[in-house]
Design a protein around this ligand. Structure first.
Ligand SMILES: Cc1cc2nc3c(=O)[nH]c(=O)nc-3n(C[C@H](O)[C@H](O)[C@H](O)COP(=O)(O)OP(=O)(O)OC[C@H]3O[C@@H](n4cnc5c(N)ncnc54)[C@H](O)[C@@H]3O)c2cc1C
Length: 507
């Protein structure tokens, strides 16, 4: 039976697809060794493995087009990844079993950087470290917006999951996408579609309907390049850190909202609970809540904004302090502060991964080669991500609900509530467990599942979800799934791109 979703894939079709892919990619770029397939299925979240028929490793966008045409002809699904570090939500695993993993890490060119236009054109395999190093060498006036994840994680995979850098939302930085749709055609969005266009990457909307959003958190296409906005390096950057107790949480969040509205704050605020801070530092004594935000500009602008924000936060009951470049320089500097300063300045760090190892029981700090091998470690890690208004009462209600559900499973959640602007805050609920302990693994999964259902029942909605929650959420009215399914049928009629990823599956 022909079946696009994998479980009962026809073996003749599968064999034909594999033979054709081998022709396109060459023998070395098509992996079928059982141990390599099993390694790709291993994941830090302990999600049940999804069977893979092969791993495909193209190195050029034209190969991706050919690979998709074969997938369409033989109806064998593809699951594209950039660098496959989607930890907490699925790692490299597809939503549905069957099909081939399309590993795009070999498309790893920084195609160009425009210093004056402040953008870079990057391919899916470009890592945050690669982009940061490239800018340091070739465009030192520009800064990348980096995440707290591995320096070896990608720019494109993160933005396609609608991830968040320390400074701003990655999806807001997209100025154009190059995408292979399920029809096997390569499409460029906006003015980039027009080879004669001057200033193509300066006006991100293009002419006619904007298409970039169609390919973010989507299975409508495979992105082979993106034009991403870069930050200018300013005269001064300071961090404003503030700690506070749970009693004043509501007032502090309302104050942060007001500071955004007044344009005193212009960069994402990260607010961590103590469990989350402990997973990022060697310290054992931390306040209940710790916030951090970058303030940059001219010296005078920074001094004014730091003073205004500090006064407002202090009035709300928080204890603010500023951190300068000088304070984090040198051997004696606090490693957590140095890492925080680095990531806000566009330099990715392994510090948060090291902290995660320590918080989950590692007695020695892993070396550079193993620190981001989370999928091969014993660390269990699940994430649940609701979105809320920047509203103190809502934040307080959500924290109480999350702590209550987690207490039922004797789990202390690591929480981050991150106001992105005056409008909304992204919440990250991390559950850590020991993957070698079946009881802990079961409890963490049951807790995560309950968090999704309880939050959903209380009217909270999610901005990013794990592969195991995808089906539950696409079965509810959480998005206009009917229209999304029609777009899927038009752009990928054989349903071969990432079945079930942010899209209902019609078997
Ligand atoms: C300690 C720690 C800190 C973290 N900090 C952050 C943080 O600050 N911000 C944040 O957002 N996340 C964070 N994460 C989560 C995660 O590690 C990052 O989001 C990471 O960037 C995702 O991995 P990746 O870049 O390899 O993307 P991938 O795993 O390659 O991609 C993610 C998903 O996007 C889709 N996709 C990828 N590439 C393509 C493509 N070319 N075409 C179509 N679809 C594609 C796939 O469905 C894939 O599963 C953190 C994780 C840890 C453990």
């Amino acid at each position: 039976m022909n079946h696009p979703h994998g479980e009962s894939l026809d073996h003749t079709d599968q064999d034909k697809a594999i033979a054709a892919w081998r022709e396109i990619l060459g023998t070395d770029a098509l992996v079928r060794a059982p141990e390599e397939l099993a390694a790709a299925e291993r994941n830090t979240s302990a999600f049940p493995p999804r069977h893979l028929v092969a791993i495909l490793r193209p190195t050029r966008a034209e190969q991706v087009t050919e690979v998709v045409r074969v997938a369409r002809e033989h109806r064998v699904p593809l699951y594209p990844i950039s660098t496959g570090r989607n930890w907490g939500l699925g790692s490299k695993l597809p939503v549905r079993p069957g099909g081939a993993l399309l590993d795009l890490s070999g498309l790893n060119r920084v195609r160009s950087v425009d210093t004056r236009g402040r953008y870079a054109v990057v391919e899916p395999g470009v890592t945050q470290a690669q982009l940061a190093n490239h800018l340091a060498t070739h465009a030192p006036t520009l800064v990348a917006n980096v995440t707290g994840s591995s320096p070896n994680s990608s720019v494109i995979g993160n933005l396609l999951e609608r991830g968040t850098g320390f400074r701003r939302h990655r999806a807001d930085e997209v100025r154009g996408l190059e995408v292979v749709i399920g029809l096997g055609e390569l499409v460029r969005t906006g003015l980039w579609a027009d080879p004669g266009a001057r200033h193509a990457h300066h006006y991100r909307h293009g002419l006619g309907p904007g298409l970039d959003g169609l390919f973010v958190q989507s299975n409508l296409g495979i992105v082979t390049a993106a034009v991403v906005d870069l930050l200018p390096r300013r005269e001064e950057l300071r961090l404003l850190m503030f700690s506070f107790s749970e009693e004043v949480l509501a007032g502090v969040f309302d104050t942060v909202g007001e500071l955004f509205t007044a344009d005193v704050l212009r960069s994402i605020v990260h607010v961590f609970n103590d469990k989350r801070i402990l997973s990022m530092s060697a310290s054992t004594q931390v306040p209940t809540w710790t916030g951090v935000v970058a303030i940059d500009g001219s010296r005078a602008q920074v001094a004014l904004a730091v003073a205004e924000a500090s006064a407002a936060l202090a009035a709300a009951g928080a204890a603010p302090r500023e951190v300068s470049a000088e304070a984090v320089a040198g051997e004696a500097a606090d490693p957590l502060l140095s890492a925080m300063y680095a990531v806000h300045s566009g330099r990715p760090s392994t510090a948060f991964l090291e902290g995660l190892h320590q918080a989950t029981g590692a007695t020695t700090v892993p070396d550079a080669a193993t620190v981001d091998a989370l999928d091969d470690s014993t660390i269990g890690y699940l994430a649940c991500m609701p979105v809320i208004a920047v509203d103190g009462a809502a934040a307080q209600e959500l924290v109480a609900l999350v702590e209550g559900v987690c207490a039922e499973y004797a789990i202390v959640p690591a929480l981050a509530i991150n106001p992105m602007n005056a409008d909304y805050a992204e919440v990250v609920i991390n559950l850590y467990f020991d993957r070698t302990d079946p009881d802990q693994t079961r409890a963490a999964h049951a807790c995560n599942d309950k968090l999704y259902r309880r939050l959903y029942a209380e009217g909270f909605r999610f901005y990013r979800v794990g592969i195991d929650a995808m089906e539950f959420l696409t079965e509810q009215d959480t998005a206009p799934w009917g229209v999304i399914s029609q777009l899927k049928a038009a752009l990928d009629p054989a349903g071969v791109i990432a079945p079930g990823r942010y899209c209902p599956v019609t078997d």
